[in-house]
Ligand binder design. Structure first.
Ligand SMILES: *Cc1c(COP(=O)(O)O)cnc(C)c1O
Length: 368
C-alpha cells in the first residue's frame, strides 16, 4: 500500500489491555486462571438486572435513544445535574477521544502526567496532538505544582486540555480536596483551555475529605468524566458520561456518532441508579479486598501506593514482565505497566473473596 499515514499515527503504541482469560489459557495451557488485570467489577451482574435487560432484547431491532432522555432525567432528578450539562459516550474513553478531536487542532498539545491513565496520550496521538506528560511526585502522586509551572511558562500557547484522573489509574493515588481545589481556584475560569477531572473511581474514595461535586461549583472550564465500567459493573456494555459547560456539550454532540451508546447500556445504567444496593455491594467488596491486599503487602514489607481505586499498585522490585510471567504460570493474570514507564511496578485489581485469596497465595510464593 502506498497511502501515507501521519507520523504520529505510525509511531503510536496501541493500548494494551490486560491479557484475556482465553488468551492466557491458550498460551499457558492451564485451565484455571484468575484475571485481576483490568479493574473490572469482580461480581457477576445481579439476576434482577439480567432479567430486566433480557426483557429489552426483542426491541434490539430499533436504534438506541440518541438524546439519552430517560438517563438524563433520572440523573437530573436524583443528583440535580442540569440536563443541558450532560452528554454520554461509548465508555468514557470515547468522550476522551471526542474532547481531543473537538477542541484540539493537529499540532496542539494536551497536558497530563507521565503515569496517568494512558488513554489521554493515545487519543491525542491518534488526533496528531502532542501529549505533554510531566513526571509524578516520588510518592506517585500527580504533581499539580509542575502543571502550574508549565502553564505559567507557556502563557497563551499552552495546552488546550488538561487531564487529571482522580483517583489516578494505574497508581491509585488520590489528590486531596485541598490540592485539587487550590489548582481549580487558580485555573478554573480560564477561557483558553479545559480541565478534565476523570472521576472513574471516586465511589471508592475513603480518604477523609469527600470528593467535591465539581460540576456544581463555579468552574466554567472544568469537565467531569464518569464511567459505568467500575463500581456499576457495566464495563462490557460501555457507558461514560461528561458533565460540563453547555459550550463543551454542544461541541461533543456535534461530532459524536448519533447512536454512540447502545440501548442495553442506557437501560442498565438507569437500573444501577435506581438500585444503589448493587453499587454499595461492589463498593464494600472492593474496599475490603483493597485493605486485605495492602495488609498483605505491609506484612511483606513491599512498597505500594495507598489505593483509592479498585486495585492496588505495588513495586515488585524486579523486572515486572518477569514477575507477571511467573504469576501467569501459577494461574494469576496481573497488569505489568511498562507502557506507562513503570518497570518494576504492577497493578492488581480487587477480585471476589476467592480470587483475592488465590492471588495472595500466588504473591506469597513469588515473594519467597
Ligand atoms: C477505567 C477508566 C476509565 C473508564 O473507561 P471506560 O471507557 O468508561 O470503560 C476512564 N478513566 C480512567 C482513569 C479509568 O481507569
Amino acid at each position: 500500500m502506498n497511502i501515507k499515514v501521519a507520523p504520529e499515527i505510525a509511531a503510536l503504541v496501541p493500548y494494551r489491555p490486560g491479557k484475556s482469560l482465553a488468551e492466557a489459557k491458550r498460551q499457558y495451557g492451564l485451565s484455571h486462571f484468575i484475571k485481576l488485570a483490568s479493574n473490572e467489577c469482580p461480581l457477576d451482574l445481579p439476576a434482577d438486572l439480567v432479567s430486566y435487560l433480557s426483557e429489552a432484547l426483542p426491541q434490539m431491532n430499533r436504534y438506541p435513544d440518541p438524546v439519552f432522555f430517560d438517563l438524563k432525567q433520572e440523573l437530573h432528578s436524583k443528583y440535580k445535574i442540569p440536563v443541558s450539562k450532560m452528554s454520554f459516550g461509548n465508555g468514557s474513553n470515547e468522550i476522551i477521544d471526542l474532547l481531543i478531536r473537538g477542541f484540539c487542532l493537529p499540532g496542539d498539545e494536551i497536558l497530563t502526567s507521565r503515569g496517568a491513565f494512558i488513554a489521554y496520550k493515545i487519543c491525542a496521538q491518534a488526533a496528531r496532538v502532542r501529549p505533554v506528560e510531566l513526571p509524578l511526585l516520588p510518592n506517585y502522586e500527580i504533581d499539580l505544582g509542575s502543571f502550574e509551572a508549565y502553564l505559567e511558562a507557556h502563557p497563551g500557547v499552552g495546552p488546550k486540555l488538561i487531564f487529571i484522573p482522580n483517583p489516578n489509574n494505574p497508581t491509585g493515588a488520590y489528590l486531596s480536596r485541598k490540592k485539587l481545589l487550590s489548582f481549580l481556584d487558580k485555573y478554573g475560569q480560564r477561557e483558553d483551555f479545559l480541565i478534565v477531572i476523570d472521576q472513574a473511581y471516586d465511589e471508592f474514595v475513603t480518604h477523609g475529605d469527600p470528593v467535591p461535586e465539581l460540576w456544581s461549583a463555579d468552574y466554567k472550564n472544568v469537565c467531569v468524566l464518569k464511567t459505568w465500567s467500575k463500581v456499576q459493573g457495566l464495563a462490557g456494555l460501555r457507558l461514560g458520561m461528561i458533565i460540563a459547560d453547555e459550550f463543551v456539550i454542544d461541541i461533543l454532540d456535534r461530532i459524536r456518532n448519533p447512536f454512540n451508546v447502545n440501548t442495553l447500556a442506557q437501560k442498565a445504567a438507569l437500573w444501577t441508579i435506581q438500585n444503589p444496593h448493587w453499587t454499595d455491594k461492589i463498593k464494600d467488596q472492593v474496599i475490603r479486598g483493597r485493605e486485605q491486599f495492602q495488609n498483605f503487602l505491609d506484612s511483606k514489607k513491599m512498597t505500594y501506593v495507598p489505593s483509592q481505586g479498585n486495585f492496588v499498585f505495588f513495586d515488585t522490585t524486579q523486572d515486572s514482565s518477569v514477575f507477571c510471567d511467573e504469576a501467569l504460570k501459577k494461574g494469576l493474570i496481573l497488569r505489568p505497566l511498562k507502557n506507562y514507564g513503570f518497570n518494576t511496578e504492577v497493578r492488581m485489581s480487587v477480585g471476589t473473596d476467592e480470587e483475592n485469596e488465590f492471588a495472595l497465595g500466588v504473591l506469597a510464593e513469588l515473594f519467597e
